[in-house]
Design a protein around this ligand. Structure first.
Ligand code: NDP
Length: 331
């Protein structure tokens, strides 16, 4: 079986591609440039007979995926901008997120009736209500949707990112409802995703958003422990495995899944770094070592655990492996 994986050059996608290759699938990855194509092939050289690439320069362009979807058995759509500093929300965030998603679904329906499952990397961004903050006592489940309006989406770069994921995920389920294609859709909603960096990065200043957040905790640029923005995380390897499981499990048809480990805080991450990497103690903020988590919302992952059979790695393993990969990159 061959799966098409979009955005193969990304932080999460590197692990998603690896997870499918490891399981014996053939993978066709989409990237934006020849340079990224070469990097992706090199990254997965161990599986050279199983991997190929297709160039899709702009996922928001009409008919962007018409060629790439031909001849595959399944599609994993991870490509979407994750930036928190956009200035033109429409072109930098909303269009690629939404048109990228509806565009690939249209291309599949038009050109490939063999695809039976499409897995989409959505986000906890499309689940939480960003106006409610820490929301003590509240338990988020797959029944929750970020209620942001278009007006709220345009109120700040962060709100625009959160809304881009929300509107894109809604558009996917609406597409299936209205156009009744041959395929079913499953979406995955991870909060902050951390863990080892496997994709090609030109340098520490070109890290993806969630890796950049942790890098700032080890390079001396944060003098105090920053405020935690989302109170749940997932390990990138667990998120990758979830994509394979959501692709394979019949019962994932039409479902969305919260993919999250326990709650965490930046304080806990700093505590782990300072304990496990004593050489970083003068670069990593100390804060209030050992402080308990404040009262915050919970994320109920029962559905992913029981239906997908996923197991989650603990924060310490995620952070230690991530910091080791960041230190290697820094060299
Ligand atoms: P990356 O920035 O590493 O990956 C994003 C990928 O999407 C890259 O391959 C990028 O290509 C591609 N992409 C973005 N915009 C476009 C565009 N306009 N046209 C073509 N390709 C585009 O981030 P992540 O790996 O973190 O994100 C992957 C997915 O996971 C996204 O959908 C994101 O919303 C979601 N997610 C991430 C979380 C996290 O904490 N990291 C949390 C929850 C969800 P290029 O490399 O060329 O820029």
């Amino acid at each position: 079986q061959t799966v098409l994986i979009t955005g193969a050059s990304g932080f999460i996608a590197a692990h998603v591609v690896e997870a499918f290759l490891r399981k014996g699938y053939n993978v066709r990855g989409t990237v934006r440039s020849e340079k990224a194509a070469a990097e992706v092939l090199k990254m997965h050289a161990k599986y050279s007979g199983q991997i190929s690439v297709a160039i899709v320069p702009d996922i928001a362009a009409p008919n962007a995926f018409d060629e790439a979807v031909k001849g595959v058995d399944g599609v994993i759509h991870t490509a979407s901008p994750f930036i928190l500093n956009a200035t033109d929300f429409e072109t930098e965030l909303l269009q690629p997120a939404i048109s990228g998603t509806t565009g690939i679904l249209e291309a599949i329906q038009k050109y490939n009736s063999a695809v039976s499952r499409v897995v989409i990397t959505s986000s906890f961004a499309s689940v939480l209500d960003p106006t409610q903050g820490q929301r003590p006592g509240y338990v988020y489940t797959e029944a929750d949707w970020n209620p942001s309006t278009v007006e709220q989406a345009n109120s700040s770069p962060v709100m625009a990112y959160l809304a881009s994921k929300t509107f894109a995920e809604r558009a996917a389920f609406d597409y299936v409802k209205q156009k009744k294609p041959n395929f079913t859709v499953a979406t995955l909603c991870p909060p902050m995703v951390y863990g080892p960096i496997a994709h090609a990065v030109s340098g520490v200043d070109a890290l993806n958003t969630s890796a950049g957040d942790i890098y700032r905790l080890i390079n001396g640029s944060e003098k105090a422990v920053p405020d935690t923005s989302f109170w749940a995380f997932a390990d990138v390897r667990d998120v990758a495995e979830a994509h394979v499981l959501a692709f394979e499990k019949p019962q994932a048809a039409g479902q969305r899944y919260l993919i999250a480990n326990s709650a965490y805080s930046y304080q806990q991450i700093c505590d782990i770094i300072r304990e496990k990497f004593p050489e970083l103690q003068d670069k990593t903020p100390k804060g209030d070592t050992g402080a308990a988590l404040p009262p915050i919302y919970k994320v109920d992952t029962t559905k992913a655990v029981t239906e997908l059979g996923i197991k989650f790695r603990p924060l310490q393993e995620t952070i230690v492996d991530m910091v080791n990969s960041l230190l290697a990159l820094q060299k």
